[in-house]
Design a protein around this ligand. Structure first.
Ligand code: NAP
Length: 258
């Protein structure tokens, strides 16, 4: 049983759907007050309503993490609504597939600006509030794709996700003196709205390649985030936790079938 984190304040970027929505709902279930940031408003409002109906506390802010002028508004909104930030989940991300042959500089910029630069700017914007928290937690949603595995069509995405870990390791040292930890979750294939866009055939093939024989749920990732946000995880920093049902383990098809 973890020590309660009720009453703390979390910012969850990309909290309007998918993994971020799962993180927001699960943190709220633990009594954490949650600010959701996303570009769209309707879905975010839906998550806020869902959390409030379940007895939790949530607000949302419209912000594009790839727009440097938008990002400070995320930290400002958390201060305005809740007076501080204890937990930052930098989760907003995009994964449009493009083979290297077709990849343009604009494609690379689009993915890097959301996934990598967006993460860097959000952490920077929330840092003063996290320093005041006394138990600041930064949790990045990276991926197995890039840091551990490769997948044709996602070279730019994989580079952005591996880049998040490079950023994490140095920042973890820069902020350790303030008692802030910086860690990452590396999801495998998680059933989300974004993944559904890749089609049923993709989901079926991926499930067959996972030793636990199912795609992950957003709760599988969210439960790991709750642990990293807890007091019990205070001595973990600069760590990347794979949440993938064993997906990265098989070294061959035979190993998977055996
Ligand atoms: P998703 O279902 O497509 O949801 C993405 C969320 O991010 C939405 O709330 C979206 O809201 C928000 N978002 C996207 N671009 C944004 C921007 N520029 N500024 C602010 N918010 C933005 O995606 P997901 O599958 O849950 O993925 C979430 C994270 O997990 C990503 O970082 C992804 O790389 C990572 N991940 C996912 C999987 C998987 O299997 N699903 C596996 C490994 C890693 P708006 O569109 O309204 O902005």
């Amino acid at each position: 049983m973890l020590q309660p984190i009720a009453g703390r304040v979390a910012v969850v970027t990309g909290g309007s759907r998918g993994i971020g929505k799962g993180i927001a709902r699960t943190l709220a279930r633990h009594g954490v007050r949650v600010l959701i940031a996303s570009r769209g408003e309707d879905a975010a409002r839906g998550v806020v309503d869902e959390i409030r109906s379940a007895g939790g506390t949530a607000e949302h802010v419209v912000a594009d993490v790839s727009a440097p002028d938008d990002v400070p508004h995320i930290a400002e909104a958390a201060l305005e609504h809740f007076g501080g930030i204890d937990i930052l989940c930098s989760n907003a991300g995009i994964f449009p597939p493009r083979s290297l042959r077709e990849l343009t500089a604009a494609d690379i910029d689009e993915v890097f600006n959301v996934n990598l630069r967006g993460t860097m700017l959000v952490v920077k914007a929330c840092l003063p509030a996290l320093e005041r928290s006394g138990h600041g937690r930064v949790i990045l949603t990276s991926s197995i794709t890039g840091p551990v595995t490769g997948y044709p069509g996602w070279s730019h995405y994989g580079a952005s996700k591996a880049g998040q870990l490079g950023f994490m390791r140095t920042v973890a040292m820069e902020v350790a003196g303030a008692g802030i930890t910086v860690n990452a979750v590396l999801p495998g294939n998680i059933k989300t709205e974004g993944l559904a866009d890749l089609g049923e055939e993709y989901e079926r093939t991926m499930a067959a390649a996972i030793p636990l024989k199912r795609l992950g749920t957003v709760d599988d990732v969210a439960n790991t985030v709750v642990f990293l946000a807890s007091d019990e995880a205070a001595y973990l920093t600069g760590v990347a936790i794979v949440v993938d049902g064993g997906q990265i383990l098989p070294e061959s098809l035979a190993a998977l079938e055996g």
